[in-house]
Design a protein around this ligand. Structure first.
Ligand SMILES: [Zn+2]
Length: 308
C-alpha cells in the first residue's frame, strides 16, 4: 500500500492561489471554480500580464478580453459563471502578499494553503520556493512543446522532511518542494527575444501543441481533487503526449532518499498527529516532525498498545 499525501496540515481558513493565468493557469482557474463550486474556500488568481492577440489560440481568453489583465478578466468571468467570489491580483507573485481584490474593489486578507504554480519561468518559481510558508503546499505545472510535469511538495528543509512519512497510517505529511524534486526548474531558459515574439507563430506552425496546456490543466485539477480528498499518492506526474506516456511518481520515502540523500529511517516515523493514526494518538499525538525529534521506538509503540 502506498502513502497518501495528507492535506491536513493546511490551515482551514486558507485558500488556493493560482499563480500565472496563461496557457495552463487560465484553464486551471476555471476548473478550480467548477471543482470548488460548493466550497467556501477562497480562490485567488495572480498574474500581472495582459491578454494579447497571441494568447487567443492557446489560452482561455477571447477577443473581448484583449488588453485586459488576465487575472482580473478571469476572476470577473468565473465569479459570474460559477456564482462565487474569485479574488485576483494584478501584481507579480510576492510571497508576502496577503491581500488581494475579491472583485468590486473589495479587498480582503488572503493566505494560500495551496499554491498552484502555472508559470513558465525560473524567476517566478524561485519566488515561490523562497517564500513558501510552513503548512503551505506548492503544486507546480511546467510544460514543453508536447510534454510536461506536475510536482507537489511543501518542505524546503531536510529538518522539515524528517519524520514526514508515518508508516502506521501510511500518510505522507512532508514532501520536498517541486524545485528540489526537479532542480532544473530553476535553470535559466535561454530563449532569445525573437523566439519569444514568435511564440504565437510557432503555435500556428504547429511547433507547439495548441492543446498541451489543457492537458496539463486537467491533470493538475485531478491531482488537486485527489489531494483535497486525501486520496493522492503521487508526488509527481510526468507526461509526454508525443510518446504517449504518463508516469506517476509515488510519494515514497525511497524517492526522497534519491532526491535529498536523507536516509529512509530519517524520513519515516511510527505514528503521527493525524486523527486516523491511532498509534500516534495513544502518544497524545506525535509533535510535528523536526530535526530534534525522533520517531517512536518499537518498544514505545508496544508499550502504548499494551498499556505497559
Ligand atoms: Zn500516522
Amino acid at each position: 500500500m502506498g502513502y497518501k499525501i495528507s492535506p491536513t496540515g493546511i490551515p482551514t481558513q486558507s485558500g488556493i492561489a493560482v499563480v500565472g493565468c496563461g496557457g495552463t493557469g487560465s484553464f486551471v482557474a476555471e476548473g478550480l471554480c467548477r471543482l470548488l463550486r460548493n466550497s467556501e474556500k477562497d480562490i485567488m488568481l495572480i498574474d500581472y500580464d495582459r491578454v494579447g492577440i497571441e494568447n487567443l489560440g492557446r489560452q482561455n481568453f477571447s477577443k473581448e478580453d484583449l488588453g485586459k489583465f488576465k487575472s482580473e478578466v478571469l476572476a470577473h468571468r468565473f465569479a459570474r459563471r460559477y456564482g462565487r467570489q474569485v479574488g485576483y491580483c494584478v501584481y507579480p507573485y510576492d510571497p508576502r502578499m496577503v491581500v488581494g481584490s475579491m472583485g468590486g474593489g473589495f479587498v480582503r486578507e488572503f493566505s494560500a494553503g495551496l499554491i498552484l504554480g502555472c508559470v513558465d519561468n525560473p524567476g517566478a518559481r524561485k519566488e515561490m520556493s523562497f517564500g513558501l510558508k510552513m503548512g503551505t503546499w506548492w503544486m507546480d505545472a511546467g510544460n514543453g512543446n508536447n510534454s510536461g510535469q506536475i510536482l507537489l511538495g511543501n518542505s524546503t528543509e531536510s529538518e522539515a522532511l524528517a519524520g514526514g512519512f508515518c508508516d502506521m497510517c501510511m500518510t505522507a505529511h512532508h514532501l520536498p518542494i517541486p524545485t528540489i524534486q526537479l532542480p532544473s526548474l530553476l535553470a535559466p531558459v535561454t530563449v532569445d527575444k525573437q523566439t519569444r515574439q514568435n511564440c504565437a507563430e510557432a503555435v500556428e506552425r504547429e511547433e507547439q501543441s495548441p492543446v498541451i496546456n489543457q492537458v496539463m490543466a486537467s491533470v493538475m485539477l485531478e491531482m488537486v481533487r485527489k489531494f483535497m480528498a486525501a486520496e493522492l499518492t503521487w508526488m509527481g506526474v510526468y507526461l509526454n503526449m508525443d510518446a504517449g506516456t504518463f508516469r506517476a511518481v509515488e510519494a515514497e520515502p525511497e524517492a526522497i532518499t534519491h532526491m535529498t540523500g536523507m536516509r529512509k529511517d530519517q524520513l519515516v516515523a511510527h505514528g503521527c498527529e493525524l486523527d486516523g493514526c491511532h498509534i500516534g494518538r495513544m502518544f497524545g499525538g506525535m509533535p510535528r516532525a523536526s530535526a530534534n525529534l525522533r520517531p517512536a521506538t518499537v518498544e514505545e509503540i508496544a508499550e502504548a498498545v499494551t498499556g505497559e
